[in-house]
Design a protein around this ligand. Sequence first.
Ligand SMILES: [Zn+2]
Length: 137
Amino acid sequence: MKFTVTRGAILTRGLSHRCPNCGAGSLFVAGSMFRIAPACSRCGLRFERDEGGFLGAMSLNYGVTVCGFLVPVLIAYLAGWLGGRTAAVIAGLGAVGFPILFYRSSRSWWLMNYYLVLPHHLPANQRRIAADEDANT
Ligand SMILES: [Zn+2]
């Protein structure tokens, strides 16, 4: 199936925190670091979907924090590049600071993942379907 909005476009829009449907604007309320807009200001795509969307983004945030920050600090400690006290301080500060800094990306990336798997759920990719056709294929 050929889509108007390709998976490549969904990927770049997700990585840059823009609407996956039209590519305009930001997922977040202007001037707010953490408040996600309920819907796109241009096309009206709902960004706030359900509690599962928030939970999924937080799981992604946790995973990236552990694998992308805490494990490298642990490896640096085990390799002898960092002392125990230094590694503990870096890990402690990073365990709090990294998820805060990554919050916006985790929300955007989670939404991006949804539409990467189901690109036909984007309004821009929908078309009229025949009576005997399944909308989820
Ligand atoms: Zn939009």
